[in-house]
Ligand binder design. Structure first.
Ligand code: FE2
Length: 455
C-alpha cells in the first residue's frame, strides 16, 4: 500500500470506527470526559503544586526558568498531546502481545508497517486517545540503540528487545519546535539515523534521555488530520487482525469492553539521584506542568506527577509519572525500609514500569467496575500482583497486573469514584510499590544474580 493510500485508509478507518463505536465511545465520553482546552497563553506555572516531597532549590529555580522560557518561546503552545506511545518486543512476540492488549485494553489493531528488519504494528482506540505502536525485530541478532539500553542491566538483558521507547507528541510546527529545542541543548537523531533505525520518517526524535532512557518524538499534525506514520509498506496482517478480533469477542462476552477506558498515566522508574532532572527534562520536552511530588516513606520512594497544560483530562493526554527511591542503593542497607524502586531500576534499567488504564466509574451486577474487570481478566488466565486496593470512600481503587511476558510492562487499572480529582492515595501507592517489588521474575532473577557471584 502506498503511503498516501495508507493515509486515506487511516482516515477512513477512523471515520468507520467512530461510527461503529459511536454508542460506546461517545456515551462514556459525554459522562466522564472532562476535556477542555485551556486558554492559550503563558500559563505553565499557573497550576497549584501539590504534595509533600521537598525539592531542592535547584529544582525550584529551574522549574520556573524552564517553564517561563518554554512559554515565552511559544513551545508550550506548539507542543500538544501525547499522540502515541512506542515500544518494542522480542521476535515472534508481537501478535501474542496484541492479543493480550486487545483483551486487557480498549486498543484495536489497525495496521502493520513492514520495513526491512522490523514489523511495526499500530494499535488505536480512536483519535481522542494516543495510539500504541508495537515494534518487533524480525531477527533476534538485530543490534541497535534500544537493545543496547537493555543489555547492561541484569534482567533487562534477558529480554534485550523488550522495552518501552517513548512518546510521540503532536506539534503544530515540527521544524520550529526542533530548532528551538536544539538551541536549548536537546539532541536529535538525524533523518539518516531515523531511516537506519526504521522509525517513521515524518518524526523528529530526540536521543534517549540519560535519566529515563526514553525518547520523545514530534509529529506535525493538525487535530483534524489523520495520524500517519511514514514507514515501510503498510498492510493489514491477518494473524494480528484475527488475534485482536478473538480478544475483542472475549471482551464482549465478558461484558468488560465498555468498562476499560484509555490510558490514564504512564509511570517511569528512575534512579534516586535523577528524580528532579528527569522531571525537568520531560517538562522541557513537552507542554506538561509539574503537578507535584509525594513522599511514600514506607517504600523509601516518591511519586512525582506531571500533566498536560492543554488537556485537563488524562485520557486525552496521559499524565506522566516518575517514581524514584529516596536514597541511592549503597546507603539502603543502613535503612530499615525496602527499596523496590531502586531494585527495579538496577535490574531492568531506567524505563517505563507500567501503563495505567482508567476504568469507567460505576458498578456492574452490584460489583464495582474495577473488580468486575479484574475478575473477568483473571478468569482468562492473566495474573495480578495483588488484590484490588483502595475504596470508594478514598476516591479511587487500583491494581497492578503481573508484568507481561512479552513487553515486561505492567498494566494498572484505576477507577475513580464520583469525579474524584486526586491522582492517588499514599496507602495505595505504598501497597502497589511493595507488590511490584516482590514481582516473581524480579525476585527470581535477583536470586540467580546473587548466586552467580557468591564467594
Ligand atoms: Fe500508577
Amino acid at each position: 500500500m502506498t503511503h498516501s493510500r495508507y493515509a486515506e485508509e487511516s482516515r477512513r478507518y477512523d471515520a468507520d470506527k467512530l461510527s461503529v463505536w459511536y454508542g460506546i465511545c461517545f456515551n462514556f465520553r459525554d459522562k466522564t470526559y472532562r476535556e477542555h482546552t485551556m486558554p492559550t497563553g503563558s500559563h505553565s506555572l499557573s497550576f497549584p503544586v501539590q504534595g509533600d516531597k521537598e525539592n531542592s532549590s535547584f529544582f525550584t529555580e529551574y522549574l520556573n526558568k524552564l517553564l517561563e522560557e518554554r512559554d515565552s518561546l511559544g513551545l508550550s503552545d506548539m507542543i500538544h498531546e501525547i499522540d502515541a506511545m512506542m515500544l518494542t518486543v522480542e521476535p515472534g512476540n508481537s501478535v501474542e502481545y496484541i492479543e493480550e492488549l486487545c483483551l486487557m485494553s480498549p486498543y484495536h489493531y489497525l495496521v502493520t508497517l513492514e520495513s526491512e528488519s522490523h514489523w511495526t504494528h499500530v494499535l488505536r482506540i480512536d483519535m481522542t486517545a494516543p495510539d500504541l505502536i508495537i515494534r518487533e525485530v524480525k531477527n533476534d541478532d538485530t543490534k541497535g540503540i534500544f537493545r543496547s539500553l537493555n543489555e547492561v542491566f541484569p534482567i533487562g538483558s534477558s529480554k534485550p528487545h523488550s522495552r518501552y521507547m517513548g512518546e510521540i507528541l503532536r506539534v503544530t510546527n515540527r521544524h520550529d519546535v526542533v530548532k528551538l529545542q536544539q538551541r536549548r541543548g536537546i539532541l536529535f537523531f538525524s533523518q539518516d539515523d531515523i531511516g537506519k533505525l526504521e522509525l517513521p520518517g515524518n518524526l523528529a526524535i530526540t536521543k534517549p534521555s540519560p535519566y529515563t532512557h526514553n525518547v520523545v518524538a514530534y509529529l506535525e499534525r493538525k487535530p483534524e488530520e489523520p495520524r500517519v506514520y511514514a514507514l515501510g509498506v503498510s498492510s493489514i496482517r491477518n494473524d494480528a487482525r484475527q488475534a485482536c478480533e478473538r480478544a475483542k469477542q472475549r471482551q464482549q462476552a465478558l461484558a468488560i469492553a465498555e468498562l476499560i477506558l484509555p490510558v490514564d498515566h504512564l509511570a517511569t522508574r528512575i534512579y534516586s539521584q535523577n528524580r528532579e532532572v528527569a522531571i525537568l527534562e520531560w517538562l522541557s520536552l513537552s507542554s506538561y506542568y509539574y503537578w507535584g511530588s509525594f513522599d511514600i516513606v514506607d517504600q523509601n520512594s516518591s511519586t512525582n506527577v506531571t500533566k498536560s497544560i492543554h488537556y485537563a483530562d488524562e485520557l486525552r493526554s496521559p499524565a506522566k509519572v516518575f517514581t524514584a527511591n529516596n536514597t541511592p542503593y549503597f546507603v539502603n542497607h543502613f535503612k530499615i525500609f525496602p527499596s523496590p524502586t531502586e531494585n527495579f531500576v538496577r535490574n531492568y534499567g531506567p524505563r517505563l514500569h507500567h501503563i495505567a488504564l482508567a476504568v469507567k466509574d460505576g458498578n456492574r451486577q452490584g460489583i464495582e467496575n474495577i473488580d468486575f474487570v479484574v475478575d473477568a481478566i483473571r478468569e482468562q488466565g492473566k495474573s495480578f500482583l495483588l488484590d484490588v486496593i483502595g475504596s470508594k470512600d478514598e476516591g479511587l481503587k487500583q491494581i497492578f497486573s503481573s508484568a507481561s511476558e512479552h513487553s515486561s510492562l505492567i498494566i494498572e487499572y484505576v477507577q475513580r469514584f464520583g469525579g474524584f480529582q486526586g491522582f492517588f492515595t499514599k496507602d495505595n501507592v505504598a501497597e502497589l510499590t511493595h507488590a511490584a517489588g516482590i514481582e516473581e521474575e524480579l525476585l527470581r532473577m535477583q536470586t540467580e544474580a546473587q548466586k552467580a557471584v557468591r564467594v
